[in-house]
Ligand binder design. Structure first.
Ligand code: PLP
Length: 397
């Protein structure tokens, strides 16, 4: 017996694999620093927890409409209007089990077998797998440090073929923290309009943004872009609600309707209590967010400053999300304690053993010269981990 070709074609999540290994070491009593963290190290704010308890007491424990509670969809429409200048009706919104599920739904709704989907690299490792699951063909566009890990309009145009169906855009980006400026997005937008392709715009990190960077939803730039964009967002990161599993998408009506139909036959509605609490979440959270962003900003600066003082290492300053890409290509071809290092994966293994630091090797993101370090962990852990990583780097020969 073998699994289907579709299932066999899907890779294990490398980030989860590293976390699992680090967790195993921790369970054995080894004090590993988990730089792989993909979620804020903050509890969900109390007012959201109180709303969930209220939901339980009120008996909000039954099926809801498959695409989401009307009140939640309304709150999402209000959010998209206020924060992003986007006008959607509730029928254009589908609430799902996290933004990841919304992205899956979006891919299933627009990709046919053999369709090409452009994915700027470095990319979040789930995108290629979602495209493959939908029968599509990922087409990678390498975006280097020279342009802040961002895709240029010329690169996008060069990647577009008659088979191109969509572009997956992620700003602010996981893993690079890159944020497209409004002007850059407008230029990409022109190429997208010309080619008549779809955009799946993953805006899950929109509120985790630092310095002078601003977030703009590509769908807000023109009517044509609005008509070809599926905007994806969720509550996981901005409200520290990763475990609650609430994400959503906003799309042209026909696409939203198709997705609602699919979801009604697959997962049905997202958890009713989490939906109920999400209505409250969207009505507040500014103080929480200010604290989250302020804390992350301090850690971000500290981490980048430290890395850029280490031998064989460097890092650009990310403008969003909570990850730093550490360029370690200068250690390739060298060795640590006699162990040859020829890839980011090799070096990540060395760091787990010798620096007790779990980092994610860039191969997972189509970025072979890098390690991804999350700063969604305490400053004490960051400091301890970076101290140890620096010691390893000093012994590289
Ligand atoms: N999109 C990106 C870029 C992410 O990094 C993540 C989570 O790590 C998600 C989407 C998924 O978020 P959710 O927890 O809402 O499924």
């Amino acid at each position: 017996m073998s699994v289907s070709k579709r299932a066999a074609g899907i890779a294990e999540s490398l980030t989860l694999a590293i976390t699992a290994k680090a967790n195993k070491m921790k369970a054995e009593g080894i004090p590993v620093v988990g730089f792989g963290a993909g979620e804020p190290d903050f509890n969900t704010p109390d007012y959201i927890i109180a709303a969930a308890k209220e939901g339980l007491d009120k008996g909000i424990t039954k099926y809801t409409a498959s695409g989401g509670m009307p009140k939640l969809k309304e709150a999402i429409c209000n959010k998209l209007k206020a924060d992003n200048g986007l006008m959607y009706s509730p029928a254009q919104i589908v609430v799902s089990n996290g933004a990841k599920h919304s992205l899956h739904n979006a891919c299933q709704a627009i990709i046919d077998d053999g369709d090409e989907v452009i994915i700027p690299a470095p990319y979040w490792l789930t995108y290629p797998e979602l495209v493959l699951l939908a029968g599509g063909v990922p087409v990678y566009v390498g975006c280097g440090e020279n342009n802040g890990f961002k895709m240029t309009p010329a690169q996008l145009k060069a990647a577009i073929t008659p088979k191109t169906k969509a572009l997956i855009l992620n700003s602010p980006s996981n893993p690079t923290g890159a944020v497209y400026t409004p002007a850059e997005l407008a230029e990409l937008g022109k190429a997208i309009e010309e080619a008549g392709i779809w955009v799946i715009s993953d805006e899950i990190y929109e509120k985790l943004i630092y310095g002078g960077a601003t977030h703009v939803s590509i769908a807000s730039l023109s009517q044509k872009l609005y008509e070809r964009t599926i905007t994806v967002n969720g509550l996981s990161k901005s409200y520290s609600m990763t475990g609650w599993r609430i994400g959503y998408l906003a799309a042209p009506l026909a696409v939203a309707k198709a997705i609602d139909n699919m979801q009604s036959h697959t997962t049905s509605n997202a958890n009713s209590i989490a939906q109920y609490a999400s209505i409250a979440a969207l009505s507040g959270g500014k103080d929480f967010l200010d604290k989250l962003v302020g804390t992350f900003d301090g850690r971000r600066k500290y981490m980048v400053g430290r890395i850029n003082k280490m031998p064989f290492a460097s890092a650009l300053t990310p403008e969003g999300a909570f990850y730093v890409m550490m360029n370690v290509s200068k250690v390739f071809g060298k060795s640590y304690n006699g162990k040859a290092i020829n890839s980011a994966q090799d070096f990540a293994e060395v760091l787990l053993e010798a620096a007790l630091s779990a980092v994610v090797p860039g191969e997972a993101f189509g970025a072979n010269d890098y390690l991804r370090l999350s700063y969604a962990i305490s400053i004490e852990d960051i400091t301890r981990g970076l101290d140890a990583i620096e010691e390893v780097l000093k012994k590289i020969k």
